[in-house]
Write a protein that binds this ligand. Structure first.
Ligand code: 0WD
Length: 292
């Protein structure tokens, strides 16, 4: 018997098999959950999600644009009709217009800001409001956030501001829904290569930074985010709400570049050594470099 045997939930935010929502889905499915899915309106998105969801027996695969209150309400009405009461909901959704995302936050447009906040933050409140209605015995809601909402991560720009608001939304929703036994939490994931991630700055450089600086000397895996999301949605997390759980190999606890400087120095010295041993020896004796 799995952790989720007999439990039913709705997954919002699978775009393809690289999506974090899909990594969490796989763990939930392994533990016996029965799952329904939403997809962005459109044949292409529907086909992509059906290809993944049908083989695991999804009885509900329905379009949802979280910018529409009516759409969100319809989706939860359909979920109730299909499954009866739900036990959990995964919200794995974010969007910002690329022109507003690429540049510094300083230059974000008012419209871009509104759209990004609407899809990436307000949607959690709307989803939570509707989800609570189909969770009469209580349940769990999990969203996905990123450290760029807590500290400045160059390249994360407007989405960082959205994630700061999302983190606050998790806490306020946890308070609002606590008496109804609905828990609301977030997984703060390290960099995972997905469609959305490709829109944010230079993904490979960000991932390399984690490998250089994180206490665990590596970046996370998709499976690790999947497991943490599944944990927060499960009864194992019954005493946890309003929490942002970092799944980032410890990157967020660092107050300095950690071992990154030593690693970069060693890398450069090795290259110089190969090309010019004399210069390498001189560099090793350089006072400024020694200080680092
Ligand atoms: O490194 C990463 N990939 C991280 C992602 C690190 C930390 C957090 N996250 C967050 C993202 O910010 C997001 O909140 O995880 C969540 C999921 O992102 P993902 O798995 O990286 O990205 P992706 O596979 O693209 O899924 C996001 C999905 C959309 O996909 P596309 O690429 O088609 O925009 O969000 C959905 C959509 O399925 N989405 C919407 N759903 C309903 N209504 C809407 C909308 N208006 N807009 C986007």
């Amino acid at each position: 018997m799995g952790l989720f045997t007999g439990k039913k939930g709705l997954i919002l935010g699978v775009a393809n098999d690289f999506s974090i929502a899909w990594a969490i889905t796989k763990k939930l499915h392994e533990e016996g959950a029965e799952l329904g899915f939403t997809h962005l309106p459109g044949d292409k998105m529907e086909r992509r999600v059906r290809k993944l969801a049908e083989p695991i027996g999804a009885r509900l695969i329905t379009p949802c644009d979280v910018q529409s209150d009516e759409d969100v309400a319809r989706v939860f009405a359909e979920a109730r009709q299909t499954y009866g009461p739900l036990d959990f909901v995964l919200h794995s959704i974010a969007f910002a217009p690329v022109d507003d995302l690429k540049g510094p936050f300083l230059n974000a447009s008012r419209e871009g800001f509104k759209t990004a906040m609407d899809i990436s933050v307000f949607s959690l409140a709307m989803v939570a409001r509707q989800a609570a209605e189909v969770m009469p015995q209580g349940g769990a809601i999990v969203t996905l956030t990123y450290f760029g909402g807590e500290r400045v991560v160059p390249g994360y720009n407007l989405m960082g501001v959205c994630k700061a608001a999302l983190d606050a939304a998790v806490k306020y929703l946890a308070f609002d829904l606590g008496p109804r036994k609905v828990r609301v939490n977030a997984v703060s994931a390290g960099p995972v290569k997905t469609l959305a991630a490709s829109a944010v700055g230079d993904f490979d450089r960000l991932a390399a930074l984690y490998e250089m600086s994180a206490p665990m000397d590596r970046n996370i895996t998709r499976e690790e985010v999947g497991a943490a999301g599944m944990f927060l949605l499960s009864e194992l997390a019954s005493g946890i709400t309003g929490e942002v759980l970092h799944v980032d190999c410890g990157y967020n606890v660092m107050g300095s570049p950690g071992r990154a400087i030593e690693k970069v120095k060693a890398l450069i010295l090795a290259k110089v050594q190969a090309a010019n041993p004399e210069l390498a020896a001189a560099l090793q004796n350089d006072d400024e470099l020694k200080r680092l």
